[in-house]
Design a protein around this ligand. Structure first.
Ligand code: NOJ
Length: 535
């Protein structure tokens, strides 16, 4: 029997290189720093690492502003360091996923510099979206950047260029064959260097339509796209159906070509996961049709409340929608763009949710530091670096809180991350959360993650779908419990603030907090915790 491809039900550890480990004492993490910590990564029981961008970049948007996608930025090392990282990962049977950014380049990319130095209508400008101003001098349309402010910036001769993100991130024109060819070269470059897959940044954004049309409610749309603005769900959903620059049919043509390119590397099992914020949710499944990409992120758990009905709906919907295209879902509780899960829903709840999610079919993404139960870093405005903070004049604090470097060891900040001042301050209050401390504490979040990922691999991966046993949809027996069985394991999560009895058969194999007592033939599940029982 052919075994399942490595990515099918993998656990993938997301590393933000700048915040992982600093090997050269400049206050910023780097590639040799990652390489030096691969034994730790391996010890977590993960199958792969996803590295956020480390390419040449002026770093206006944490490296998602790429000036040369086929080289390493000196702050992270060089190409030899990248090769060494890949080789050392492979030696430990860890796959490597690179993060590529096809929606835009940095304004420092040679193409954009050439466009600035060329005339309107030139082939250099055709690689981006350059247009003349309206007659009254205003930009070609009224779109608002996802980081705030206008989506257009004017250049010296009066033309405007489009940027869905920061003005330093001009959007590429994917109708131009040169752009397609250049990205194919980039994909091949990294595959030839040894990477096993790609995370595709803004995968839903490449193709633009109606670039000269105004949107009827640009501010409403901008609010709807942000998750932190309170908005009636119906209104938000209606607005999300009107995004003119996302999820156009043309993007699928690109991924069909890319799939052929990946598959031409016979025996390599190259995979790709799409970052695609699309609406309605069923549209996400188009990215994982058999001839397109392998996975698409499900972002619902980044914002879902710790509530049995909400979580049941998210899980059920994701499993069933993916099944329509014969794909498996993905799960992520945290990433570099969102508040950390421990801060968002609480530390115990975060552990419970992780254990609940680790039992599910599909691939699980773990953001470095999540295994420690790290909260968001507490930052002063003077520490902030996220362009969102600057483009909204401080109205939106941005994503730096999730990007604070990892605490490794010792009693005082920066806890072994660096010998210099770290690029974002690490709070002294993280003293008990260092990797060193958590390794020494059998009850730590780190040990919970390790044990759970080991059990997941041994007893759950490859055992098919889940059967719901207890949920708000199943007899409303108890809204504070959510339970399913899969293979030989029964997973029970108690979401409430008090212990709950549950009739679970089998032997307890792991619990996220406290101890499970047996009482009158039932099990008592501690408050805000998840337990696994084995038949
Ligand atoms: C999504 C990335 O995850 C985020 O960090 C970045 O700012 C935007 N795409 C733009 O590249």
């Amino acid at each position: 029997m052919k075994s399942a491809p490595w990515w099918k039900e993998a656990t993938i550890y997301q590393i933000y290189p700048r915040s992982f480990f600093d090997s050269n004492g400049d206050g910023e993490g780097d590639l040799p720093g990652v390489t030096s910590k691969l034994d730790y990564v391996k010890s977590l029981g993960v199958d792969a690492i996803w590295l956020s961008p480390f390419y040449t970049s002026p770093n206006k948007d944490g490296g998602y502003d790429v000036a040369n996608p086929r080289d390493v930025d000196p702050r992270f090392g060089n190409l030899e360091d990248a090769k060494e990282l890949i080789a050392q990962a492979h030696k430990r049977n860890l796959r490597v996923i690179a993060d590529i950014v096809p929606n835009h380049f940095s304004d420092q990319h040679e193409w954009f510099q050439a466009a600035l130095n060329s005339k309107r209508g030139s082939k250099e400008r055709e690689r981006f979206h350059f247009y003349d101003a309206n007659e009254d001098g205003t930009p070609p349309n009224n779109w608002i950047s996802l980081f705030g402010g206008p989506s257009w910036t004017q250049v010296a001769d009066g033309q405007f260029y489009l940027h869905l993100f920061d003005s330093s991130q001009p959007d590429l024109n994917w109708d131009n064959p040169e752009v397609n060819e250049d990205f194919e070269q980039t994909l091949r470059f990294w595959i030839d260097l040894g990477v096993d897959g790609f995370r595709i940044d803004v995968a839903h954004g490449l193709v633009k339509e109606d670039v000269l049309k105004n949107h009827p409610d640009p501010q409403g749309l901008s609010n709807a796209l942000r998750l932190d603005v309170a908005m009636d769900a119906e209104k938000r959903n209606a607005l999300l159906l009107t995004v003119p620059y996302f999820d156009r049919q043309g993007v699928h043509e690109i991924y069909r070509k890319w799939r052929k390119l990946f598959d031409s590397y016979v025996g390599r099992d190259i995979m790709a996961v799409a970052e695609a914020w699309v609406h309605p949710p069923v549209n996400a499944t188009r990215y994982v049709r058999a001839d397109e990409l392998h996975q698409v992120f499900n972002f619902d758990l980044l914002t879902a409340e710790f509530d049995s009905k909400v979580l049941f709906d998210v899980v059920e919907r994701s499993i069933s929608l993916n099944a329509t295209v014969n794909a498996l879902p993905t799960w992520a509780l945290s990433n570099h763009d969102s508040p950390r899960v421990a801060s968002r829903i609480g530390e115990e709840q975060a552990r419970a949710l992780a254990l609940f999610v680790f039992g599910l079919p599909g691939s699980t993404y773990v953001f470095a530091g999540q295994e420690l139960g790290l909260p968001d870093g507490q930052l002063q405005d003077s520490d902030r670096q996220d362009p969102t903070f600057f483009r909204t004049n401080g109205a939106i604090k941005g994503r730096d809180g999730a990007r604070v470097p990892l605490p490794w060891s010792g009693e005082t900040t920066p806890f072994g991350f660096s010998t210099a001042k770290p690029w974002l301050p690490i709070s002294q209050s993280w003293k008990d959360l260092t990797i060193e401390n958590e390794l020494a504490d059998p009850k730590s979040s780190l040990h919970l993650y390790r044990s759970a990922l080991e059990l997941r691999k041994e007893f759950l991966v490859g055992t098919g779908g889940i059967t719901w046993l207890e949920s708000s949809q199943h007899g409303h027996k108890n809204n504070s419990l959510l339970s399913y069985s899969r293979g030989s394991i029964t997973v029970v999560m108690n979401l409430s603030d008090s212990a709950k009895e549950y009739e679970a058969t089998g032997k307890l194999v792991i619990v996220s907090a406290g101890t499970v007592e047996a009482q009158d033939g039932k099990k008592v599940i501690p408050a805000r915790s998840t337990a696994w029982f084995m038949a």
